[in-house]
Design a binder for this molecule. Sequence first.
Ligand code: UGA
Length: 431
Amino acid sequence: MNITVIGTGYVGLVSGVCYAELGHQVYCVDKDAEKIELLLSGGIPIYEPGLGEMSCTNMEAGRLRFTTDLSGAVADAELVIIAVGTPSLPSGEADLRFVDAAVREIGAAMNGYKVVCVKSTVPVGTNDRVRELLSELYEGPFDIASLPEFLREGTAIRDTLAPDRIIIGTDSQRASKLLSGLHEPLNTRILITDIRSAEMIKYASNAFLATKISFINEIANICEKVKADVTEVAKGMGLDTRIGPSFLGAGIGYGGSCFPKDTTALIQIAGNVHYDFKLLKSVVEVNKEQRYSVISKLHQALGSLEGRTIALWGLAFKPETDDVREAPALEIVDRLIQLGATPKVYDPVAMDNFRRLRNHPGIQWCSSALEAAKDSDALCLLTEWRQFKEINLAEVKAAMSGTVLIDGRNAFSEQQVSGLGFGYYPVGRPS
Ligand code: UGA
């Protein structure tokens, strides 16, 4: 199949590369000429394990092309996938500027029947708006479909090639047949729905996962007070197949470009139809506060933080990504600086991205985990990178001047830390 993907952000790039991997002829289009140059030279603008290699293999095989020429790429395509960004407006609503712009350009380039589908996360009703806009620009036949994306950063290829399910929202049999056929080789459940339900499934799924995280974080906070162990609680809960074990990892809250954006967008979508989504508002509130549990624990251990040196391990919003958008580390660093402490930070891949958002002279940038720990009064693990979990903690303790270890992601076991002389503060577990 000839497929054109518009937008080479996370969703667009991974989808384009994976469709090529499945044997299709794929054009990935972006307005950003520098990005396209980088992709054509075999580079990758994001950190995603395995993506660079897969992109090169498919380019060499002649199945994957990168271009800034949208109309040329659309002309050849049977399927056009819109995967441009939908950032948040100050109100929390999704900004559809890039979707509209893409649709206008697609409309101008249409030259025959095509299925145009939206993979970007868009408010309910957006596909109808796409249909209207396109029919103003092109009089011939076309179909619209919503094809929401469920990939996670860090495991994007696996999630795309071995997904739990594919959701196709369309009112056209022809589009449904084309999209079902495209995803058949993935051997997964395919659910065909109406367009608006497909749009809603995306928001509802992310909001539900965010709810699980905020729920377990509140349980963790209570566990700390009643001396129970949240990891045991989560394990016990997760054995109930109605609950399931995933997304019950207590920590310092969710970040990233999806959960924060999509939860506020869904609150806004509900608000637009005069529905007060109270539960989701609390989920967001709990998540905002949870990151500051690191600061409370530091106060508890050290008293005033003025003049203290605090090592921070991990700046990315989760491991296996260089993405720092909405990462808890951003506000933790801000608060430490406000309180007169010196953050010494280290992340295996996210240092440059973090520096772009927080280039404060009070931050000490380190080139290894051990260097960050050296002479610090306390060490806080904010992202559970494997290299931190596997580090020799005795060596770390010897390098520090203090003894406080705040484990914001329950990355260490009691066994690993016991006997080393740390004052150990995990999340929702007895310390
Ligand atoms: C999330 C969803 O998981 C994907 O299904 C979805 O496609 C994507 O958003 C999107 O909308 O594009 P992602 O943001 O890449 O994916 O990352 P997740 O692995 O879901 O983690 C999100 C945050 O939740 C991270 O900060 C992580 O540390 C946190 N988390 C996750 C927890 O605190 N506890 C958990 O048990 C799981």
